[in-house]
Design a protein around this ligand. Structure first.
Ligand SMILES: Nc1ncnc2c1ncn2[C@@H]1O[C@H](COP(=O)(O)OP(=O)(O)O)[C@@H](O)[C@H]1O
Ligand SMILES: [Mg+2]
Length: 263
């Protein structure tokens, strides 16, 4: 089932006399458990798209179904409730609350969701341990390294066990090694079933994802999933190579015997 379904999405910004079509005619469906990279040049609409998916912004036209429910027509309060329970968001610049400790930052979504204090404390302790931050529980963000801050942010984004984890250039403020750690952490969450959508302009990161969406001028120019489907249409698997549609390219070249009697 599609966890995300966008149809006919438009997002237009007006700046003085100029009009920017940040997103145009966007149709895309993402299945539960997918690992998707959104790529494309600066200004192509990647963040606008992610903000819409995260219910931080609304489209000017089109519909967005999250887990089968149309969330475009919800009131701001209803959207906030969906966001708090079903969506995790990780930003390039972490967006932690500066005067709160690591533990308090991670606890914040559970406070907003009204989870009782005892359960909160227990889940925060477990999350800090899982993310290698148990020695940093009482540190404020300015007392943490960049990698530690992003791990706190990921712990906070996932503490409510959302259906979808959205990350906008999550390694953009980190050195390569620390960035790789963060990517591995996100991938481990995806392997446990969380749908993962990463915006990146770094091809090294983008090609790790199982599916790439290429944005340009607010339009979806290429979707590796539909490219694969087209290739399957053009070159259907023969009877012996039907290992089953897991989306992986075949390891061995397909037999080049032309199919007899094409219509
Ligand atoms: N709040 C806004 N007001 C006006 N223009 C915006 C706003 N947000 C984004 N834009 C414009 O929309 C386009 C897409 O921006 P964005 O989604 O941030 O691109 P990307 O993340 O791919 O770099 C750009 O031309 C940008 O200037
Ligand atoms: Mg951006």
């Amino acid at each position: 089932m599609s966890v995300i379904q966008l149809a006919g999405i438009e997002r237009v910004f007006h700046l003085g006399d100029s009009v920017v079509h940040a997103l145009s005619r966007l149709d895309v469906a993402i299945d539960a458990g997918e690992y998707v990279a959104i790529m494309g040049p600066s200004g192509s609409g990647k963040s606008t798209l992610l903000n819409l998916l995260g219910l931080l912004d609304r489209p000017d036209a089109g519909s967005y179904r999250l887990e089968g429910r149309d969330v475009t027509t919800l009131s701001p309060d209803e959207q906030a409730a969906v966001r708090s329970r079903r969506i995790g968001f990780v930003f390039q610049s972490f967006h932690l609350v500066p005067r709160l400790t690591a533990a308090e930052n991670v606890a914040l979504p559970m406070m907003l969701a009204g989870i009782p204090v005892a359960e909160r404390a227990q889940r925060v302790a477990q999350a800090l341990k899982d993310f290698g931050l148990d020695q940093r529980a009482d540190h404020r963000p300015d007392q943490l390294s960049g990698g530690q801050r992003q791990r706190v942010a990921i712990a906070r984004a996932t503490i409510m066990q959302p259906a979808v984890l959205l990350a906008d250039e999550p390694t953009g403020n980190l050195d390569r090694a620390t960035g790789d750690d963060v990517i591995h952490l996100l991938e481990a969450l995806n392997e446990r079933g969380m749908t993962l959508i990463i915006v990146t302009h770094d091809p090294k990161i983008g090609t790790r994802a199982r599916r790439q969406l290429m944005m340009e001028d607010g339009e979806l120019r290429q979707d590796s999933a539909s490219t694969r489907l087209r290739q399957l249409d053009d070159n259907p698997p023969g009877p012996l190579s039907g290992k089953g549609g897991d989306g992986e390219s075949p390891a061995a070249p397909a037999p080049d015997k032309p199919s007899a009697g094409a219509a």
